[in-house]
Design a protein around this ligand. Structure first.
Ligand code: CA
Ligand code: CA
Ligand code: CA
Length: 362
């Protein structure tokens, strides 16, 4: 009764031939034709977007998503290097953002500006051992304490051997971790500069009392008590320390030709060159002024002495004849003859000169 492609529908007293519709189609109300089903409207079969087609439908995804197993899943664009190299990529649902990076050693603050990372405080620094971490903008340094030398980041600071440098100390140098110490020979004290040595004046500082007819002779590195007696019939002048001949009353000869004895003490460093003037001896009149007609000469001249004397402007200039290269105390006797205007010896002064040469050039 109904031909192929039609369905037969029984009715009361009769039958109807109705269109047979395929998948995705539906019979019209009159049953005579087929019309497309809009699945997108009726059953929302898609995850995001639905596109109806004649007899079917297609699912699609919003931009930034891709269809997989009928579901739209977010595309991670960051896997495809979508941002510049100086930017950081951040994947979002359906998109991504490129965030401007801060330079090395900087980080984004809450308000988006780049601020320095304090590596010293947050503990990310690589300063180790005795290194000191010093934060800088964008980085940090590993520095060494005073007296230590850096070997680079993360390596221990090594002590500087100040003693390897010449002239660190005048005498002896002792290296210590982070510093050094200068030592002085016995009889010297270290000066405030921590480097040079200065003789201790024991005579003054320790108030050495050498006793009667003796004098304390401060030398470089030591001191000596030396005998400074006044010869018989001489008397020590309390003001100058000179020995002056004490003429007996009515001894006219003695009174006309007074004698004086003077001790001179001279302390020298080691190593003074030859032909260096050391001291000028002066003969005074009884009134204490320089005698105008005086000659000087060494008494019992000893050629082993590295000194001698020359006359110069009424003074006796004592000078070296050889370099002073051994520690020693020399004794030298000098006589000064002062003449009156008519050429007679008016005054005679004897100098006993002690010259101490130190073992050190200071
Ligand atoms: Ca920093
Ligand atoms: Ca040191
Ligand atoms: Ca001394």
């Amino acid at each position: 009764m109904c031909h192929g492609g039609q369905d037969c529908e029984n009715t009361i007293g009769s039958y109807r031939c109705m269109m047979r519709c395929g998948r995705g189609f539906r019979r019209t109300t009159d049953g005579l034709s087929c019309t497309d089903v809009d699945e997108c409207l009726e059953s929302h079969p898609c995850h995001q977007q639905c596109m109806n087609t004649i007899g079917s439908y297609r699912c699609a995804c919003e931009p930034g998503f891709q269809l997989r197993n009928r579901r739209c899943i977010d595309i991670n664009e960051c896997r495809q290097r979508v941002c510049r190299l100086d930017q950081q990529c951040k994947n979002t649902r359906g998109g991504y953002t490129c965030i401007d990076l801060c330079p090395n050693g900087m980080t984004k603050s809450g308000n988006g500006t780049c601020v320095d990372i304090d590596e010293c405080r947050d503990g990310t620094h690589q300063c180790r051992f005795n290194q000191i971490c010093e934060n800088t903008r964008g980085s940090y340094h590993c520095t060494c304490p005073r007296g230590f030398r850096s070997q680079g980041v993360g390596r221990p600071c090594v002590d500087i051997d100040e003693c390897e440098v010449r002239h660190t100390c005048q005498h002896e140098c002792v290296n210590t971790p982070g510093s050094h110490r200068c030592l002085c020979p016995t009889g010297y004290h270290l000066m405030a500069n921590g480097k040079t040595c200065q003789d201790i004046d024991e005579c003054l500082e320790q108030n050495i009392q050498c006793g009667a007819n003796r004098m304390c002779f401060n030398t470089r590195g030591s001191y000596q008590c030396i005998d400074t007696p006044c010869p018989p019939n001489y008397q020590r002048d309390p003001a100058t320390g000179f020995c002056l001949k004490n003429c007996p009353p009515n001894d006219l000869e003695c009174a006309l030709s007074p004698y004086a004895l003077e001790y001179k003490l001279l302390s020298l460093p080691f190593g003074i060159a030859a032909n260096q003037d050391l001291i000028r001896l002066v003969a005074y009149t009884q009134d204490g002024v320089m005698h105008p007609r005086t000659t000087f000469q060494v008494v019992d001249e000893d050629i082993t002495l590295p000194f001698t004397l020359r006359d110069e402007n009424m003074k006796g200039v004592l000078f070296t004849t050889r370099p002073l290269r051994e520690p020693h105390t020399y004794r030298m006797k000098v006589r000064a003859l002062s003449y009156s205007e008519d050429g007679a010896i008016e005054y005679q002064t004897t100098f006993i000169v002690y010259i101490a040469v130190s073992a050190y050039p200071y």
